[in-house]
Design a protein around this ligand. Sequence first.
Ligand SMILES: Cc1cc2nc3c(=O)[nH]c(=O)nc-3n(C[C@H](O)[C@H](O)[C@H](O)COP(=O)(O)OP(=O)(O)OC[C@H]3O[C@@H](n4cnc5c(N)ncnc54)[C@H](O)[C@@H]3O)c2cc1C
Length: 403
Amino acid sequence: MPAVHDVLISGAGVAGPALAHWLHHHGIRATVVERAPAPRPGGYAIDLRGVAIDVAERMGVLDEIRRNLTEMNGAAFVDARGRRRAGISSADAVDDGRSLEVLRGDLVRILHTPTTVYTEYLYDDTLTALEQDGDRVRATFEKAAPRTFDLVVGADGLHSTTRRLAFGPEERYARFLGAHISIFTVPNHLGLDREALLFNVPGKGSGMYQTPRAEGAKGIFLVRTDGDAGIARRPPAAQRAYLRAEFSGLGWENDRILDAMDASEDFYFDSVTRIHMDAWSTGRVALLGDAGYCPSPMSGQGTSLALVGAYVLAQELARHDGTAEALAAYEARMRPYVNANQAIADAGLGILAPRTRRGIVLRNTLLRAGGPLLSLLGRFDERLSRAAEALDLDAPVVSRRVV
Ligand SMILES: Cc1cc2nc3c(=O)[nH]c(=O)nc-3n(C[C@H](O)[C@H](O)[C@H](O)COP(=O)(O)OP(=O)(O)OC[C@H]3O[C@@H](n4cnc5c(N)ncnc54)[C@H](O)[C@@H]3O)c2cc1C
């Protein structure tokens, strides 16, 4: 007998639809509330690794994911005049089938579409209050009438509303990693073909990449800062102005990317932040994916944590007849896996945006030399692979005393 019968999920990104799938699989009804009016197509490239690939296979969506791979060939670092100074080819990476890259929008569509047959989606709405009364949670929405559920799961991303309503303000849990990142669609005026070009000045990176899975190309900006001046919470116009001030006149294609940024309709800007919480549930409200344990985009593991978390949460809800026991088991199984993956979050920044001119030159020299940096990257890759495999999807039931 499952611990719960009806669950409200806030957020229809990666974690939300994956949880709706697994709850349905275990005979539990899910309702999903999503702030956006519809699933958003396109977006940036994300990776699925390790046991997350096994979860996708068990969901029956792995073949469809494989048909949507970004098929990138590699990346080159260019100087202010566009000359290629160093590069990484996909051929250098170990391809053991345990790492797949897709566009986030494609993955969301692949996860979401099958669930619409049996899941109620409330689009263009959001939670405004949660009240727990022991056995049920009363959810109040901006538009829909209030309803009660056995459990509410916040799968509403880094800036989770569920977390704020049930656990308190974001500042308590967010750890700023000293950078802001922006991605948006730009025309492919360089005629890139399955390739990324990346440019640096100390503490800043910009770039463009093209994949056949999307129109045009993607423009990227990455800025390292010591303190968080709250720019990620400001309106998009202020964020665009900030990037213009940081990248204007730096050479290479920066001015053209800035102009394209102004015209882009899918401008994304956020801080590079991890979420750390001592507990991922309080009573009958639980957190999943970035809402509870965002490892930051630099780890490349957020999507995998979201997919695996959805699998484990639904599995434990189905295995236990008490909600508290199920949520404790979810946390006990996920905590070591989340810790291992959050621990690798910082390495990417030093390679994508070295802080000094010397650091940039050193990186390029080491990349050209092939040996030391590639073996360092190889070791990073090995650490990442180990962390990505560090969960047993078929772990036996462990009964824990809930205090
Ligand atoms: C630039 C960038 C690059 C990244 N690269 C990678 C990578 O290479 N590999 C990787 O694994 N991960 C990567 N990530 C991280 C990855 O996108 C996330 O970790 C992953 O999407 C987490 O899934 P989620 O479902 O928890 O959250 P999200 O995908 O963020 O979904 C949250 C959903 O909740 C909705 N929502 C938000 N607020 C509300 C509300 N109040 N009410 C209702 N709905 C709401 C949102 O609209 C969204 O649909 C990257 C992220 C960024 C930003």
